[in-house]
Design a protein around this ligand. Structure first.
Ligand code: COA
Length: 374
């Protein structure tokens, strides 16, 4: 008989990976052996995606070639482009992305192959297309035919801000958002990555695995938390933070953006995001949400001993950057696409079906009766 299961698979090692590693006690995160503190603010998202998908930080020549591939891969196929307006009118952002990535798979020239070279090309295309899908969706739902043309001199981060806010971001804004994308790129066996790997392990294709991941990221206990953080901040009056938080905790409500399955101390990504939120509060001249966040952090720590996770300060950072609140989780998906695709590549390279056991807790020895006697 199988061992008693750990609820939520806590501490169960579900896969081997060379992509990222967490030291939950020390609050450290590594991508392929590089400390996140060394990468954040010094390595671009494009370099980070290359590191995850192609195994190493690129040289200048490798980066230039990868960026060219991303530019070429951005073009959306006819099926997905045609369907954006109707999907934008009927589906919320994460639902829409789930549909749009699925449709984009139909137009992908490598859709019928899971060979390593095809997977690398699809990983680049998915990474390039995700920000564009979000921008196109946002343009369509706000009554525009298309978002502003991307500027080839801008990064993925800079172009996303341009296309969603309609304003060319300052260099610093683009740098800060780029760092946000680096911080969210990969995170061991988080729920959406696990979902992607389970799907890939059936030898299904990369687009199917990414659709599973997007559906999983959507939930408020995972990627959906950043949007909920913003809604909480907006629902509380700035002078009433401590009392509002205590009331929620007394009512056994979870405070979104706090707690983590693996970190037992501060999430190292939150350290960077707190600093970015402070900087943007100062540069925008509006520190309300930063101050409220700091106060919430203090009260939650005093009352529950919980630390903020990646989603907590990401909310005020995205808000200061002018990103609409309901696009916060799609932003997470733009970044995590680099990690998800790298995990699919890794899973396909050394595959075994992921099929755990379950503990049966239902009735036994039931006596069958014909339908009229039940
Ligand atoms: N607010 C209030 N209490 C929290 C909490 C939060 N954000 N996170 C955990 N807790 C409490 C739980 O109520 C529980 O208390 P209890 O033992 O008295 O019942 C205890 O801490 C353990 O929580 P649990 O939900 O079982 O931990 P987990 O490891 O299963 O969950 C999270 C981890 C991240 C899902 C959980 O901390 C959470 O729901 N956080 C809010 C959502 C969020 O920010 N998600 C993004 C994660 S990056």
């Amino acid at each position: 008989m199988a061992d008693k299961p750990t609820k939520g698979l806590a501490d169960v090692v579900a896969a081997s990976t060379a992509l990222s590693d967490i030291d939950g006690k020390a609050g450290r995160l590594f991508y392929r052996g590089y400390d996140i503190h060394d990468l954040a603010g010094r390595t671009t998202f494009e370099e980070t995606a290359h590191l995850l998908q192609r195994g190493k930080l690129p040289t200048r020549a490798e980066l230039a070639a990868y960026i060219d591939e991303l530019h070429d891969g951005r073009a959306l196929g006819a099926l997905v482009s045609h369907n954006i307006p109707e999907i934008a009118s009927k589906q919320k952002p994460m639902e829409a992305l789930r549909s749009l990535v699925s449709l984009a798979g139909a137009d992908d020239p490598d859709k019928d192959s899971i060979a390593p070279d095809a997977n690398l090309r699809k990983a680049a295309r998915l990474t390039a297309q995700q920000p564009l899908l979000v921008a196109q969706y946002h343009a369509a739902r706000t009554g525009k035919d298309a978002p502003p043309e991307p500027d080839p001199s801008l990064s993925i981060a800079g172009n996303f801000l341009l296309q969603v806010t309609g304003r060319v971001p300052s260099r610093r804004e683009a740098e800060l958002f780029d760092t946000c994308l680096v911080l969210h790129a990969d995170h061991t066996m988080n729920a959406s990555t696990f979902a992607a790997r389970v799907c890939a392990a059936t030898l299904s294709d990369m687009h199917s695995a990414i659709v599973a991941a997007i559906g999983t990221l959507k939930g408020p206990l995972h990627g959906g938390a950043n949007e909920q953080v913003m809604k909480t901040l907006e629902s509380i009056s700035p002078g009433n933070v401590a009392q509002a938080v205590r009331e929620k905790l007394d009512a056994h409500e979870k405070i979104m953006g706090f707690g983590h399955r693996v970190y037992k101390t501060e999430d190292p990504r939150a350290t960077h995001l707190r600093r970015m939120s402070a900087e943007l509060a100062e540069s925008t001249g509006d520190d309300t949400y930063y101050r409220m966040s700091k106060e919430m952090e203090e009260v939650v720590f005093e009352t529950k001993g919980l630390y903020p996770n990646v989603d907590f300060y990401a909310a005020s950072v995205y808000h200061y950057l002018g990103i609409p609140t309901d696009l916060f989780t799609p932003v997470f998906s733009i970044s995590r696409m680099s990690g998800w695709t790298a995990h699919v590549i890794e899973q396909h390279a050394d595959n075994r079906l992921i099929r755990p056991d379950s503990e049966y807790i239902g009735e036994r020895d039931q006596k069958w009766k014909p339908i009229d006697e039940r």
